[in-house]
Design a protein around this ligand. Structure first.
Ligand code: FMN
Length: 260
């Protein structure tokens, strides 16, 4: 019987660790392309939901239906399309971290709590011939625990909210996680986003909207027990619809500039 020594025990344990780590890292490297494909598919599915082309939970050929969606990279400062930059070649999250591709947001304007924003963003449209029927704007910002990523869809008037929801967040299920509650999301549909000077007016109030109040068209019920997440949602929506966000782009669409 071979003699048991501490050195032997340690070397067997180390050997097991090395073999396991090779397995884990090989799996991570091999699965990366599949994860990237699934992420793109999931994003496309959420865009189709925001576009009103499919409903939540519906099985669909996402890649086929996504051909109906027009995507474009825009310069947020001007609202103009960025020539020669295809949406599939642009990673907005990477750009937001890159000092060359992003700008710092002054703290008093940083409603979304994101500190920097990329100069460019991808926007999505649904068209009826040459007419834009719906524009889908990716938005994000701080909740209580996490950065929340969502999509706001505006109708042809660039004012009425047609769809709203998050596709990624880390808020507490049952509290801040109620941002995913279909009944809460449904409240946003039909609300007006802007005042008569095209400043963002939509807000999440504490409590319940009084239906005959003059501002009811701009108000959404708060989330009980999750006021901080709800405030984060309101702030990030206001930020992205404002001058630092998609404001110049929406102004250009409202002015009826050629788009295509
Ligand atoms: C474990 C734990 C998780 C919580 N998660 C959230 C959350 O995700 N979002 C949120 O706004 N508040 C969350 N809260 C509650 C907040 O601390 C805070 O009390 C709440 O936002 C206030 O909302 P209210 O004024 O509607 O009660 C959490 C509290 C606890 C103890």
């Amino acid at each position: 019987m071979p003699e048991e020594t501490i050195a032997k025990t340690i070397s067997v344990a180390a050997g097991v660790c090395v073999v396991c780590s090779i397995f884990v890292s090989t799996a991570a490297v091999c699965l990366k392309p599949i994860q990237a494909t699934n992420k793109t598919l999931d994003m496309r599915k959420n865009i189709l939901i925001a576009a009103g082309i499919i409903s939540e939970g519906q099985k669909a050929n996402v890649d086929e239906l996504f051909k109906r969606v027009n995507a474009e990279v825009i310069d947020l400062a001007t609202g103009e399309p960025v020539e020669g930059l295809r949406p599939e070649d642009f990673d907005p999250r990477k750009a937001a971290r890159d000092p060359k591709q992003s700008i710092a947001i002054p703290p008093d304007e940083d409603l979304a709590g994101i500190k920097r924003r990329s100069k460019y963003r991808i926007v999505y449209f649904i068209k009826d011939g040459e007419r834009i029927k719906r524009v889908i704007l990716p938005v994000y910002g701080k909740g209580l625990w996490s950065t929340m990523y969502g999509l706001v869809a505006l109708g042809a008037d660039m004012d009425t909210i047609e769809s709203f929801g998050f596709y990624e967040h880390g808020e507490t299920p049952g509290l801040g996680g109620e941002v995913d509650n279909p009944r809460w999301k449904a409240q946003w549909v039909g609300k007006k986003a802007f005042d008569k000077n095209w400043k963002p007016k939509i807000r999440v109030i504490k409590g319940t909207v009084v239906s005959d109040s003059p501002d009811a068209a701009y108000e959404v019920d708060g989330l009980s027990g999750a006021t901080l997440t709800a405030r984060g949602v309101m702030n990030l929506v206001q930020f992205w619809l404002g001058d630092e966000g998609y404001g110049p782009f929406l102004a250009r669409l409202r002015a009826g500039a050629d788009h295509g």
